[in-house]
Write a protein that binds this ligand. Structure first.
Ligand code: FAD
Length: 465
């Protein structure tokens, strides 16, 4: 980049992460850099989560913690006030509301409208980056960048065994973020949801909103559905003042958490308060674990952590509970071994010889999280060129503390920076807006050379969920 010319920054991915990165690049700079955002099929500025067109899909974080800017915590709530449906809602109530995700997408769009009028947007798929910073698009176009931000986000769920035989099968929906609900079986039919996490909750809520009356089965290893948000109690005893959570190691940390959970249960309080109290420390704790501890956590504790951590709006939880009470929804705890065609239906083979058949079967097992198995042509090419390397958990790309990507030779890239779900292995918690907004700022500071993050620590902020 010549010292006189404005650097050209290309952001690959125009969802929530890409938009927040661009806004943070533009906001502090007296002479904003030249920015191009390249985004493929999803709606610009909204991405997977906020591109939904269904009003029944609510945020799972209260409005008060969804500001796009860490230094302006009330930004989202104040923006909501500009909309007629919220301008008369009392402040305390509005701050606690779980707003439709589509409206959060409007918020991101309005930020883009306000801050990014000079930004060039390209609708297309980036498929490669050359060593000199040339980004190659699927249609063959090439654009030269001085810096590149990888903000490619969530990938569709990993294929399940047998799914390769189901391409084009009318009863198989392999990507839950495509409009599977536009072709529902009749009310006498059965829908099988693979997974019992947030995407399955979305699907159940949509089926109810559409008035679909058929039978729903949801299946996952433990059969645990997300818990509801609740009003916690003051519990100043955790973390204990004299304990550095990041230095404890997995075994002692798990024992400490169990101990405090038991105390909360004795007090008649919800033990999930401990998970909330962990949130500001999670990234530091994760980075303090040895590789063996990280793997042990992923194997033995992650499922329970996720169910306590990824909570849903109470009104959504009530709908799920009602679907179970009426018998419409049945939840199964089993390993999903294989999927296969069975005439017009899809059969799901489960552990212990059990099986389910659906007129529609939806893969809602969560985004695939193994870099080597990525279906992204871009990421595969970056790996092949050695421009990125896997983090030690092999979940995403390895970065150094300023978010510069580390190449296969172990050198920090002068060109590539990464943020968002690609950093799961580095931070563990890296997908919710409270994390993304901190990362967007840090990436922008690194690229603009603002120095504030010369040796940045994991994003520490208050998580009041
Ligand atoms: C269903 C769902 C609900 C969620 N709800 C909440 C919530 O309530 N609160 C909260 O805090 N967090 C929530 N999250 C988590 C988080 O906010 C999202 O994961 C967020 O969407 C991540 O944004 P992103 O931009 O990194 O990724 P994405 O939203 O996946 O966007 C990435 C974009 O990059 C594009 N792209 C990828 N590769 C290329 C390429 N090679 N070339 C061009 N474009 C490319 C994709 O098409 C996409 O548009 C939710 C997540 C999901 C999946």
């Amino acid at each position: 980049m010549s010292p006189s010319s404005s650097p050209h920054i290309i952001i690959l991915g125009g969802g929530c992460s890409g938009t927040l990165a661009a806004v943070n690049l533009v906001r502090p700079a007296s002479r904003p850099p030249r920015i191009t955002i390249i985004n493929d099929h999803r709606p610009d500025g909204r991405g997977v989560a906020y591109g939904t067109r269904r009003m029944e899909h609510l945020l799972n974080v209260a409005a008060r913690n969804m500001s796009a800017f860490p230094d302006q915590p009330d930004h989202f709530v104040n923006w909501l006030r500009t909309r007629s449906e919220y301008d008369l809602v009392p402040d305390e109530e509005l701050r606690e509301r779980f707003i439709p995700r589509m409206i959060y997408g409007d918020y991101l769009k309005s930020l883009a409208h306000h801050h990014l009028s000079e930004v060039t947007r390209i609708r297309g798929e980036a498929v490669d980056v050359k060593e000199d910073g040339t980004v190659v698009l699927a249609d063959g176009a090439e654009i030269r960048a001085d810096r590149i931000v990888l903000a490619t986000g969530n990938e569709a769920p990993a294929d399940l065994p047998g799914a390769e035989t189901l391409g084009g099968h009318p009863a198989w929906a392999g990507n839950p973020w495509l409009p599977w609900h536009e072709n529902l079986p009749p009310d006498t039919g059965t829908i099988v949801l693979l997974g019992t996490g947030l995407t399955t909750v979305d699907a159940i809520i949509t089926l109810r909103a559409l008035g679909w009356l058929g039978r729903i089965h949801a299946v996952s290893r433990h059969g645990w559905l997300p818990n509801a948000h609740f009003r916690g109690i003051e519990y100043p005893d955790f973390p204990p003042a004299d304990v550095d959570l990041a230095g404890l190691g997995l075994e002692k940390l798990a024992a400490l958490m169990e101990h405090h959970c038991a105390r909360l249960r004795e007090m008649g309080a919800n033990p999930a308060i401990i998970v909330d109290k962990m949130r500001p420390h999670t990234q530091r704790v994760w980075q303090g674990f040895t590789l063996e501890e990280k793997k042990a956590f992923a194997r033995h504790h992650a499922a329970r952590w996720n169910v306590l951590r990824h909570r849903i709006a109470p009104e959504i939880h009530a709908q799920i509970a009602s679907a179970q009470l009426t018998g419409q929804l049945q939840v199964h705890a089993a390993e999903i071994e294989r999927v296969e065609g069975a005439g017009d239906r899809v059969r799901v083979l489960l552990s212990h010889g059990r099986q389910l058949e659906g007129d529609l079967v939806l893969n809602a097992t969560g985004p695939q999280t193994r870099l080597a198995a990525s279906k992204s042509v871009l990421l595969q090419n970056l790996l092949r060129r050695g421009l990125v390397s896997p983090d030690e958990m092999e979940m995403g790309v390895r970065i150094q503390s300023d978010h510069a990507v580390i190449d296969l030779e172990g050198r920090p890239s002068p060109l590539l920076f990464a943020m968002g779900p690609l950093l799961r292995g580095t931070y563990w918690e890296t997908i919710a807006v409270p994390e993304l907004r901190g990362q967007a700022r840090r990436v922008a500071e690194s690229i603009l050379g603002l120095g504030a993050s010369a040796t940045p620590q994991p994003v520490m902020m208050e998580f009041m969920i």
